[in-house]
Design a protein around this ligand. Sequence first.
Ligand SMILES: [Zn+2]
Length: 210
Amino acid sequence: MKTLHRARVDLSCIDTIFISHFHADHFFGLPFLLLTFFVMKEKAPRKVRIIGPRGIQETCFSLTETAFSSVHPCVLWMTDHLQFEEISGGSRTQLAGCEAEFFGMEHFSETYGFILRKDGGVPFGYTADTLWCESLEQMLKFHPAKLLTDLNGEPADARQIHLSEHDLLERCVPLADNATEFYGTHLRTDKASTLPYLHYVRSGDIIPLF
Ligand SMILES: [Zn+2]
């Protein structure tokens, strides 16, 4: 929520939320966003889509009920104003005027990345939290024009949990055929890149899809 406010995102325009996995740093802000929607969109005719892994509906309700109680008007509002969509590896749906295809990533819990297809091209992909894996290899072979990727890892980590810049250069860049610009996110510290095809992004940065 802080990031959305800092970036001055018009929250009333949000009609779809993608939850890649249920880790707290990706998911626990949702009740506050839903509470804002409840206040702003109480009479909105269109439902807000929430796309996520198996159990997305039950998990969203459980988290919001834990946050506000099961009889809070926001929880009652959720029943009629949210539309949930479960995804799995290989499933597809319409997203941002494109066809999204989802890929199961290599992380602790069930986690999904996706690519967007439009007019025969792949303008965008998102890896979510992941290590190097077969799914990431598949995504890169579609040559997304822009790939937003987890770069939280460092080569010196005692246990590798996230992709690192080293992995990106060793594994991803050779498959990209100079067709992909990489946007590194989930960073531990602010970083700057000297490579023309790698950008480090901060919370609130906007990456135009087209
Ligand atoms: Zn995670």
